[in-house]
Design a protein. Structure first.
Length: 220
């Protein structure tokens, strides 16, 4: 068995680390996974990119609402993709999120808050007609549970309910931190899709992680 590395193989280059909102958004747009990162059947949803000034907030009633970008965040970009409904199958919707924080400590706080949200609200209202239920989460810092690729990581699994179709579907959120950047992918299942969405999700996630390391890492 190969030993788990004790330190992340990534050293940020101070000259390449984003220091303002413009640099943060540029990095986020370069890194975020579009449909090509998910697979050949995926296309952009409309709207494709999130509002650059918006920030989702989980309120006391466990409902997600639009908030404003915190001062600790330089930029955050969400890209929405899907396999459109066809042949009796529902639309398989996915998204990728890249958030560039001012500091590593700020990014660490976001990871902790995300983990706490699933514990506080195992059932969440995403938007009108969409919910997740029975949500469970686990955090894996570097060197724990096979996490050799990121400073910190967390995963959430549960079930997705959509008024547009019957039955509960698989729901998966995966998020990591690399330095001052957090990277997340989400998959909301749909009827008729039996492919390994976890593998597809991992593919998009790894692509973004490698881009962050390539764009922010120290060069030899």
């Amino acid at each position: 068995m190969r030993p788990t590395p004790t330190a992340l193989d990534f050293t940020p280059d101070p000259k390449r680390v984003p220091k303002n909102a413009a640099e943060g958004r540029r990095l986020a747009l370069e890194v975020v996974a579009g449909p090509e990162s998910w697979g050949p059947d995926y296309v952009k949803r409309s709207p494709y990119l999130s509002d650059p000034d918006s920030w989702p907030v989980l309120d006391a009633a466990c409902e997600w609402e639009a908030g404003t970008l915190p001062g600790s965040v330089l930029a955050s970009v969400t890209a929405h993709s899907e396999i459109p409904a066809a042949g009796g199958k529902g639309p398989l919707r996915v998204a990728a999120v890249v958030t560039v924080h001012r500091t590593e400590s700020d990014a660490d706080w976001e990871m902790a808050e995300t983990l706490e949200e699933a514990l506080r609200c195992p059932d969440q209202q995403l938007r009108q007609g969409e919910r997740v239920i029975d949500l469970g989460s686990i955090g894996l810092p570097h060197g724990v549970g096979g996490n050799a690729h990121a400073t910190d990581s967390l995963s959430e699994r549960g079930f997705y309910l959509n008024d547009a179709f019957k039955g509960r579907q698989a729901y998966s959120w995966f998020q990591v931190r690399i330095g001052q950047v957090t990277i997340a992918t989400v998959v909301k299942g749909a009827p008729g899709h039996t492919e390994d969405v976890v593998m597809v999700q991992s593919q998009a996630q790894v692509a973004m992680e490698e881009r962050v390391k390539a764009r922010m890492g120290a060069t030899s």
